[in-house]
Design a binder for this molecule. Structure first.
Ligand SMILES: NC(=O)c1ccc[n+]([C@@H]2O[C@H](COP(=O)([O-])OP(=O)(O)OC[C@H]3O[C@@H](n4cnc5c(N)ncnc54)[C@H](O)[C@@H]3O)[C@@H](O)[C@H]2O)c1
Length: 371
């Protein structure tokens, strides 16, 4: 097949970046862009020869110029635009998060399942980072043994007030629908579900505008409980500097630390439960081998990798790295933490999407800021 013709809806910060990503790929070409802001179109229109510009997504989708579309608007528009594309037989690559609330994602997933010929991918680009790919392989191969406890501190999403003031939609209930859980953390929440599956209970403390003049959450501490008995702590903030990004896994075969793109595996010679049961000594520990896990040094830009894979899936039926339908899981984690923090009690998963809608609508109704 000739090059896949792609369009981008929303050419703000990340949409403009995707223009350059596409220019560097050989299996697709950018034919059209759309933005409701004429200034955004003006800034980007000359980046590719012959690029068509549109001020509504419907006009772009009806132009006959695109086989697939990347949706890089504020989150609330992801699902309506993706659904309009799918109904026209156009493939979709949706930015993260795939939606703001689970009910919206449910509608999208239903439409995707009814249209299996449509390629629907999501921009969960962290799945393509070498250390994350290696950790996934270690977990799936059983190398770590049964996982008992997880601790992810992801507090290096530091953002200044200027960032939040840079777009009227940002950090408002009506314009964005959430804060750090919905904007920065979808990446880590996608990895949480990709690595460890879904919990069945979440208890969270959520702080709104703790560090910034915003109405949505900028600090969260949560405990996840899983059906197989493992537990996880998930801690995030956009207000701490320098902050930390450290994932620690306590498994039967040892402790794994993923930090700064490197993986250290402190491997138990004997599984910890066996040692605990069978040791004749009161305070001994299993012998540990310290291993720095070799990771590919290939540093292929991960956003570009997802776009290339999207175009390959359209042309050749290649399996997707990040199917969009899986995006409902990270969204469910974000919604569940917000729900638990707001109601100030634990919530069972899967959450009731209508109940979450009530909570969000209440925030929107009482909001002082309009996005
Ligand atoms: N995958 C990543 O690493 C990554 C990084 C940054 C942002 N994002 C996601 O991308 C999305 C956009 O974020 P951003 O930082 O680029 O925002 P932004 O505000 O810089 O850009 C959004 C653009 O969409 C346009 N827009 C708004 N409504 C539209 C509509 N209905 N139709 C067409 N255009 C419309 C705006 O005018 C603006 O130019 C968000 O959902 C965000 O979570 C993903």
């Amino acid at each position: 097949m000739s090059k896949v013709r792609l369009g981008i809806v929303g050419v703000g910060i990340i949409g403009s970046f995707h223009i350059d990503n596409i220019k560097n790929l050989s299996n697709c070409t950018l034919t059209a862009i759309c933005d409701v802001d004429p200034a955004a179109l003006e800034r980007n229109k000359d980046k590719v020869d012959g690029l068509a510009t549109f001020n509504t997504h419907e006009a772009l989708l009806d132009s006959g110029l695109v086989d697939g579309v990347i949706i890089a608007t504020p989150h609330y528009f992801h699902v309506p635009i993706a659904m309009d594309a799918i109904k026209r037989g156009i493939h979709v690559l949706v930015e993260k998060p795939i939606a703001v609330q689970k009910s919206q994602a449910e509608e999208f997933v239903k439409l995707c399942k009814e249209n299996p010929h449509i390629v629907a991918s999501a921009m969960f680009c962290l799945r393509r980072m070498p250390a994350n790919m290696k950790l996934k392989q270690l977990i799936d191969s059983g190398e770590l043994g049964t996982i008992r406890r997880i601790n992810w501190i992801i507090t290096n999403w530091f953002r200044t007030q200027k960032y939040y003031d840079s777009g009227t939609w940002r950090a408002t209930w009506s314009g964005e629908g959430g804060g750090v859980l919905l904007n920065q953390c979808p990446h880590q929440l996608d990895l949480m579900q990709w690595f460890f599956g879904m919990p069945n209970k979440i208890t969270a403390s959520v702080f709104f505008g703790k560090y910034h003049d915003i109405e949505v959450e900028d600090e969260v501490s949560a405990i996840f409980e899983y059906p197989d008995g493992k537990t996880a702590m998930f801690v995030t903030s956009t207000g701490e500097a320098p902050g930390t990004n450290r994932l620690e896994i306590a498994a039967e075969r040892g402790k794994v630390i993923l930090e700064n793109g490197e993986i250290y595996f402190y491997r138990n010679e004997t599984e910890m439960s066996d040692f605990c049961k069978n040791s004749e000594v009161m305070m001994a520990m299993p012998t540990v081998w310290d291993i720095k896990v070799p990771i590919s040094t290939l540093n292929y830009p991960s956003h570009r990798d997802i776009i290339e894979n999207f175009a390959d899936a359209i042309s050749n039926g290649t399996a997707l790295y990040a199917p969009a339908v899986e995006g409902i899981n990270s969204l469910e984690l974000a919604n569940a933490m917000l729900m638990s923090g707001t109601l100030q009690h634990s919530v069972e998963l899967p959450i009731d999407s209508a109940k979450f809608d009530d909570i969000l609508n209440n925030f929107i109704k009482n909001s002082a800021k309009k996005g």
